[in-house]
Design a protein. Structure first.
Length: 301
């Protein structure tokens, strides 16, 4: 565990600064008066409930981020069987709120972070740098800003999920996770799907995805087949083909090669798989789209 580390008095010229950083074993955290700055909580391996006075209750699981605003009373209660670690980063400054808001991180529920261990490692490296006195306040401001940008990029959209996972609103206005018992494999599957949606244009192999979420290719394939009825490779291939089809709809005069390159597929293989998925070659679809566009242009002329 990384003991609570408080930085020095910030330079008044800094619009964003690090206030504190550390980790702790999951335990009851009770702050009736809130905290003076924004707190970014990172859950690693455990699960518990955040209670925000006047707003509701949220269950936070492994691989998730939850942000509590300054001076907002809150309480964290870990589940009895939970043996995880809770990391925290305090961020202050006149621009802290606007930066978190504009990057989409300031939301009223926990969110999953793809590549969570990367963020956790960044946090621990920052702690060690502070502990050794190797980081100046201006340097930490830069590191914090970069960390926020990375979190925004790695945040998994709320609409990317799996049936039965996520948050739901109770009748009393509180929010709880629909799956009360934490299941790391479902978190890994959520992260895998998010990685595919983020990097479908890149040279991304299923092995890369499996390594990133900490599972073997075989295990990840079993998870995909159980939840989607297809292997991870088939899911990724269908995603690329669907994205290519959407791209062609927006670019009716594009070539088949351009469409294939857009989703990172070899042209001949792309044509073959496209026909298998949609029942026609992309070239035939392009010809049809061009015809429709010509008729539209004639009508408008």
């Amino acid at each position: 565990m990384l003991a609570f580390r408080l930085t020095g008095l910030p330079d008044s010229r800094l619009p964003l600064y690090l206030y504190c950083v550390g980790t702790q074993e999951e335990k009851v955290l009770h702050r009736p008066d809130g905290f003076p700055v924004y707190q970014l909580f990172l859950s690693r391996g455990g699960e518990g409930q955040f209670k925000i006075t006047g707003k509701g209750t949220w269950t936070m699981g492994a691989g998730q981020l939850f942000i509590v605003e300054p001076e907002v009373p809150h309480e964290y209660v870990p589940h009895s069987k939970s043996k995880g670690e809770l990391g925290y980063i305090g961020i202050g400054g006149t621009s802290a709120g606007s930066v978190l808001q504009s990057t989409g991180l300031l939301q009223n529920e926990p969110c999953h972070i793809s590549g969570f261990e990367i963020i956790w490692s960044r946090m621990t490296n920052l702690w060690h740098a502070l502990d050794q006195g190797a980081t100046e306040m201006w340097d930490t401001s830069t590191l914090i800003y970069q960390l926020i940008l990375d979190l925004a990029q790695l945040k998994i959209p709320s609409d990317v999920g799996i049936g039965g996972i996520g948050s739901s609103m109770a009748q009393d206005g509180t929010v709880t996770r629909s799956n009360r018992e934490h299941d790391p494999s479902k978190d890994a599957l959520i992260r895998a799907v998010a990685l595919m949606h983020t990097h479908y244009q890149d040279d991304l192999l299923l092995k890369h995805v499996a390594d990133a979420v900490g599972y073997s290719v075989q295990h990840l394939n079993r998870l995909f087949h159980h939840h989607y009825g297809v292997t991870g490779h088939q899911y990724m291939q269908r995603l690329r083909l669907q994205k290519a089809s959407e791209w062609l709809d927006k670019h009716p005069r594009a070539s088949v090669r351009e469409a294939a390159e857009t989703v990172g597929m070899e042209v001949n293989y792309f044509i073959r798989m496209f026909k298998r998925e949609f029942g026609e070659t992309p070239g035939k679809g392009i010809k049809h789209r061009n015809q429709l566009q010509m008729e539209k242009d004639l009508t408008n002329s």
